[in-house]
Design a protein around this ligand. Structure first.
Ligand code: PEP
Length: 255
């Protein structure tokens, strides 16, 4: 049994200590005691310390939205994984489509960051997904396969077991267009099959694969009901404590 994991990616929102605290003040009481689902909140870097203070006695895990693959040096504007570890960050989102598309981050760079995150004992949430044109051309599986080959290059079985994969079709991110549960499940099965061939079936069955892309309280349950969807990475709807709570509740597989 894979434990569902729900991540809230705040993107470039709620980044001042006060905004962050106000948001968490609403969320923490709602999710109090929930341990059947892993909950991760990825705040902007500027709010991580405030978030840490508020989350340290809760089940909610702290996440960052990015990091660099070096620990220190002349890398102006970058954030070291060591800084993240030191301030209590446990998860890090890597290869988000906004990093790839707006900041031209490649699969190769994501692979370097991923290896470093694993080395530093940070839990990576690695995003992959296709563009609309790629889906419409029938290339989804080919794109996903390519991204996985490059992004997970040279990862051992022990390493890949620590990775959470977020399947995020780019056409569904922040657009209000969600993949249907069937469309998402089809890709999740494909991802698991890829992992099974690259490693083995047992390994593939242990790895958590989240869906991400316009998840809302109204569509979460149907997505999470699918056998291979192990929770979600949530952008917009994670900025509202109540919506996020509803999505977390939808991840209880037994309901
Ligand atoms: C995301 O940023 O990873 C995401 C899925 O965003 P949204 O839920 O807003 O589509």
């Amino acid at each position: 049994m894979r434990k569902p994991i729900i991540g809230g990616n705040w993107k470039m929102n709620r980044g001042t200590p006060e905004e962050c605290r106000n948001m968490l003040k609403k969320l923490i009481p709602l999710v109090k005691g929930i341990n059947a689902v892993d909950i991760v909140i990825a705040t902007p870097f500027t709010a991580l310390t405030s978030a840490y203070e508020m989350l340290k006695n809760t089940y909610i895990k702290l996440g960052a939205q990015n990091m660099y693959f070096e620990e220190k040096g002349a890398f102006t504007g970058e954030i070291s994984p060591n800084f993240l570890k030191t301030i209590g960050v446990e998860y890090v989102i890597l290869g988000h489509s906004e990093r790839r598309n707006i900041f031209n981050e490649s699969d190769g760079l994501t692979n370097k960051k991923l290896k470093k995150a694993l080395y530093m004992d940070l839990n990576p949430i690695v995003c992959i997904g296709e563009h609309l044109e790629e889906r419409e051309a029938g290339d989804t599986q080919q794109i996903i396969k390519f991204q996985m080959n490059e992004t997970f290059k040279d990862l051992t079985r022990e390493q890949i077991l620590k990775v959470v994969i977020a399947y995020e079709p780019i056409w569904a991110i922040g657009t209000g267009k969600t993949a249907t549960p069937e469309q998402a499940e089809e890709v999740h099965i494909f991802i698991r099959e890829f992992l099974s061939q690259k490693y083995d079936k047992e390994t593939a069955n242990l790895i958590r694969i989240q869906y991400g892309g316009s998840i809302k309280p109204t569509n979460a349950k149907d997505l999470f009901k699918k056998e291979n969807i192990d929770g979600g990475l949530v952008g917009g709807a994670s900025l509202d404590a109540n919506s996020f709570f509803q999505i977390i509740k939808a991840a209880f597989k037994s309901d």
